[in-house]
Ligand binder design. Sequence first.
Ligand code: AMP
Ligand code: MG
Length: 337
Amino acid sequence: MQTEIAKASADSLARAREIILNHGAVAFHTETVYGLGANAFDDGAVRRIFELKGRPADNPLIAHVHKDYDISALTDAIPAYAEKLREAFLPGPLTMVYPSAGKVSALVSCGLDTLAIRVPSSLTAQALLKEVNLPVAAPSANRSKHVSPVTARHVYDDFCGEIPLILDGGACEGGIESTVLDCTGEIPVILRAGLVTREMIERVAGACGVYEKKTGERPKSPGMAYKHYSPKCDTAYYGSDELNMALERYECEREAGGTPCFLCESALARSLAQRGCFVLDLGETGEQMAQKLYELLRRAEDAASLLIAIEPTARGGVMDGVFNRLTRAFGRNTDEA
Ligand code: AMP
Ligand code: MG
């Protein structure tokens, strides 16, 4: 199969529609990361998404809809706070989990009685979703556990020859996946941190919890139990107070003939570069780090034998999402089997 990369146009959107209505999968730009989408009503097409990604069968998908789609048909209840949040943040990088009305394929939610719904703001995503006018089940368009894609080229690298079309909207400006918010209870609860932060949600809804899995409990957002977002090179992670150990590790790798590389925030990146080290600069703010993280992880796996991350010192807001992705990419804080 040829994999075409095309900007959204009347022709490419008609082709995407044809593929999705005929049980196929199309990758597309969103403001967070690229998605790999199929008709959420179609069991076979949804199953194919799991197969293509090698995604564990208990990790549910998000249903994507356009901004004028009536989601009341897909859910049994939309609490008042959720209406306010929809008004404030949609279209945008916020996924909301509702009691499911059971209308889409049961495979989308992996047997859970809830459904995650997202309304992306990306013009490419909106154009595709309008064109098909149905919910599109779409996880990130990467092989399971690999780094999420933030350019069409990243998708191509993972799925060349296996999907027919990538709708190219350029680099994703957000850079990490959407915030996943449980809207089935009295107050909203963050299941996965992202660009819409706890502070932003609290301001609109009055309250916002953060889900913490109790030992032994099945995680409420099953995807969070897996090691994820990992580059193919070796990795190491050091606290911001462990710089000497990190430098020793760097030297060891270099002396052994490898190509070590640091990943750290701007101020430290500048000083390490002055010492002649190979370093990838994550930026200064949470937003910058979110935008650059996956691009740099993909770059590192091509250029380095060992990627050494140093814990950023920034805290709060989008940093919750950045830390979540960093610690999981570097194998910390994972409780997966
Ligand atoms: P991905 O699309 O690869 O970014 O992953 C989707 C994320 O949304 C995963 O972490 C899932 O666990 C989470 N998710 C999807 N559907 C649900 C749901 N019904 N309840 C809770 N979490 C969900
Ligand atoms: Mg993913």
